[in-house]
Design a binder for this molecule. Structure first.
Ligand code: GAR
Length: 203
């Protein structure tokens, strides 16, 4: 059976691209991106979706009276596209309770730091400013907290003395583009089991 994926984005969409490429190459099998949804009208991610013939939808949060109303509209789009898995790929909003409950353990997020360190925005800058000697990225299931859900995969990278924040962010991004497709593949193949806050990888 094909897993229908919805990807939520707010910007550039390089992580979206990594999933598209890994589906097209056959690394991720039996899955398709059914829809890409953005909360930003001119997000380049939408352009990437169109280039690959993927349905793209812009939902402007300011058109809705509340976050709940906005997400209700999003849920309609998710339902219309028979969504099995939601990927947050650079989606810069917190997900509301109803969406999380409806898609429990079926929403995954990529975060550019080794959680639980450096949650929230500008994680690479936070790590850089703190002076850590390693940082990295995390793919996790989304729960009601901010960047607190069960961890699926992490990868670390060194922080070099000569680095700027941009150097570090670029090094982390390379790993993001590896672990996000890897996590999606594990999910699609039914190899992830969530036990409390621990994600067990089934062989
Ligand atoms: C990525 O680095 C992703 O990890 C980060 O935003 C960037 C989006 O890039 N996400 C967060 O910070 C979420 N808190 P992309 O649009 O090129 O995939």
């Amino acid at each position: 059976m094909t897993t229908n994926i919805a990807v939520l984005v707010s910007g550039r969409g390089s992580n979206l691209q990594s999933v598209i490429d890994n589906i097209e190459s056959g690394y991720i099998r039996d899955a398709r991106i059914a829809v890409v949804i953005s909360d930003v009208g001119d997000a380049y991610a939408l352009e990437r979706a169109r280039k690959h013939g993927i349905t793209d939808v812009y939902i402007d949060p300011s058109d809705y009276a509340s976050k709940q109303e906005y997400e209700k509209e999003m849920m309609e789009v998710l339902k219309d596209n028979d969504t099995d898995l939601i990927i947050l790929a650079g989606y810069m909003r917190l997900i509301g309770k109803e969406l999380i409950v409806t898609y429990s353990n079926r929403i995954i997020n990529i975060h550019p730091a080794l959680l639980p360190s450096f949650k929230g925005l500008h994680a690479q800058q936070q790590a850089f400013d703190y002076g850590v000697k390693v940082s990295g990225c995390t793919v996790h299931f989304v729960d009601e907290g901010m960047d607190t859900g069960p961890i699926i995969l992490q990868r670390c990278v060194p922080v070099l003395d000569t680095d700027t924040t941009d150097d570090l962010a670029a090094r982390i991004l390379i790993e993001e583009h590896r672990i996000l497709p890897e996590a999606v593949k594990l999910f699609v193949e039914g190899k992830l089991k969530v036990e409390g806050r621990i994600v067990v990888h089934i062989n």
